[in-house]
Write a protein that binds this ligand. Structure first.
Ligand SMILES: Cc1cc2nc3c(=O)[nH]c(=O)nc-3n(C[C@H](O)[C@H](O)[C@H](O)COP(=O)(O)O)c2cc1C
Length: 121
């Protein structure tokens, strides 16, 4: 399993680095890399999926076991909305939405999800 992160200002990268698995920038992921991917991405412009993430999902959505989405509650109903759109459009579970580099509760929830899925694939 590998963590792939799409992070512009570094919050998602910080979150990815706390999960305890190898993490790579979405721009560096190659098709011969680990085929079990957990995606950390972000919300942009009223809940849109960033283009980098959309391009990645078009190619690799079948490899993605779940997402964690970075956002800011100041965006109200659009907080982390990209995660909901990804869940709907690609059928990939949204594990958590987080602010900044993620709080302990977000990290724990994500780690638990990853552990359970790796035990019972
Ligand atoms: C132009 C712009 C649009 C944004 N739109 C949203 C949004 O719709 N929903 C949201 O939750 N956060 C939104 N944000 C906040 C970012 O998602 C948030 O800062 C996030 O932590 C960035 O992640 P990163 O540091 O990994 O790039 C927006 C930020 C910018 C600069």
């Amino acid at each position: 399993m590998i963590i792939v992160y799409d992070s512009l200002t570094g919050q998602g990268k910080k979150f990815a680095s706390k999960l305890g698995y190898k993490a790579v920038n979405i721009k560096d992921y190659q098709s011969n890399d680990d085929p079990v991917v957990f995606l950390v991405t972000r919300s942009f412009n009223f809940g849109e999926i960033p283009k980098t993430t959309l391009d990645f999902l078009k190619k690799f959505h079948e490899r993605v076991i779940g997402t964690a989405v970075s956002g800011n509650r100041n965006w109200g109903a659009n907080f982390g909305k990209a995660g909901e759109v990804i869940e709907k459009e690609f059928g990939i579970p949204l594990v958590t939405k987080f602010e900044m580099g993620g709080f302990e509760v977000d990290i724990k929830k994500t780690k638990n999800f990853l552990e359970s899925i790796l035990k019972n694939p």
